[in-house]
Design a binder for this molecule. Structure first.
Ligand SMILES: [Mg+2]
Length: 264
C-alpha cells in the first residue's frame, strides 16, 4: 500500500455498513479497489476485536484505525502485527468521565456499563458481538448527554486535555492526541506516503477530523439523509454528499470518484 496514489479511509458504522451491520453493498467495490491496489483503511470507533472480524469478512489486509483514532494496527509482510497507540488508557478516560460527571452534576454513562439488553437496544449488537464491543482500551464511548451540557463540557474538556465527539448513537471521550485525523497523519508518516490523495468517508461528527484530513470528503447519508451537524461543521469546504444511504452510497460515490481520478 506504500506506493498507492489513492487511499480510501472510511468510517464503518453508518458509512460502510448500515445500522443492521450489513457489509454486502460495498463488497464488490472493495474487491475492485483491491484489484487496483488501492488500500481501504477502516477508521472507526469500533474496537480492534470487532474490526478484525470485519476485515476478515472483506478480505482486507490494509492497516486499520480503531477506537476513534486511539490506536492503529497493521501487519508486516511476515504476518506479524504492529501497533501505534495514540490514546489515553481506558482507565484514565474513565476517571476523567467521572470527574466530568461530578463537574456538571449529571451522570455520564459509559457504554461498557450498560447491561446486555440496554446495549442491544442502543447498538443492535447481541451475544458474542457485545463482548467484542466491550474489548475497549483507548477510548470511552458514553451515552449522548442532553444538549444543555454542551457548553460546560466543552470548557471542561480543555482542562482535562480531552475532546468529546458526538456520534449518531453515542458520544466518545478521547485524548486530545487521538482522533481519526491524527491517526491518518501518523499512518501517512509511517508509510512515508506524503503524496497520497485521501478519499475520506464518514457519516457523523466524530468523522470530522477524518474528513478534514482527506483531500476528497464524502459524507455518507443515512436513510433520512446526511447528518446536518456534520454538514454544518464542514461548511465552506468541498464536500460530496452521497445520494444513496450507507453502503449503497459508499459504493456509488467511491466508484465514481476513483474512476474519475484514475482517468485523469
Ligand atoms: Mg459512523
Amino acid at each position: 500500500m506504500n506506493k498507492s496514489r489513492i487511499w480510501i479511509v472510511s468510517d464503518v458504522d453508518g458509512t460502510l455498513m448500515d445500522h443492521f451491520y450489513d457489509l454486502t453493498p460495498a463488497k464488490e467495490t472493495i474487491a475492485w479497489l483491491q484489484r487496483l491496489g488501492i488500500p481501504v483503511i477502516l477508521c472507526t470507533s469500533k474496537t480492534k476485536s470487532e474490526v478484525k472480524i470485519i476485515r476478515n469478512d472483506l478480505n482486507l489486509k490494509d492497516p486499520y484505525i480503531v477506537e476513534n483514532g486511539g490506536a492503529i494496527y497493521g501487519e508486516y509482510s511476515n504476518g506479524k502485527e504492529w501497533e501505534i497507540i495514540l490514546g489515553k488508557s481506558y482507565t484514565i478516560l474513565e476517571k476523567i468521565l467521572n470527574n466530568l460527571s461530578e463537574n456538571i452534576n449529571f451522570k455520564l454513562r459509559p457504554l461498557n456499563t450498560l447491561n446486555d439488553d440496554e446495549a442491544t437496544n442502543l447498538t443492535g449488537l447481541e451475544g458474542e458481538s457485545l463482548k467484542l464491543m466491550r474489548d475497549r482500551h483507548w477510548s470511552m464511548p458514553f451515552l449522548n448527554p442532553p444538549d444543555i451540557f454542551d457548553k460546560d463540557l466543552k470548557r471542561l474538556c480543555q482542562i482535562y486535555d480531552v475532546e468529546i465527539f458526538r456520534g449518531n448513537r453515542m458520544s466518545h471521550l478521547l485524548s486530545k492526541n487521538s482522533n481519526k485525523g491524527i491517526a491518518i497523519k501518523k499512518l501517512l508518516n509511517k508509510n512515508k506516503n506524503f503524496n497520497a490523495q485521501i478519499i475520506g468517508l464518514g457519516d457523523s461528527p466524530n468523522d470530522l477530523p477524518l474528513l478534514n484530513n482527506s483531500k476528497y470528503k464524502i459524507v455518507i447519508s443515512g436513510i433520512k439523509g446526511p447528518n446536518q451537524i456534520l454538514l454544518n461543521q464542514l461548511k465552506g469546504t468541498d464536500v460530496c454528499i452521497s445520494k444513496k444511504p450507507h453502503g449503497y452510497g459508499w459504493k456509488e460515490e467511491v466508484f465514481k470518484l476513483v474512476t474519475k481520478l484514475l482517468n485523469n
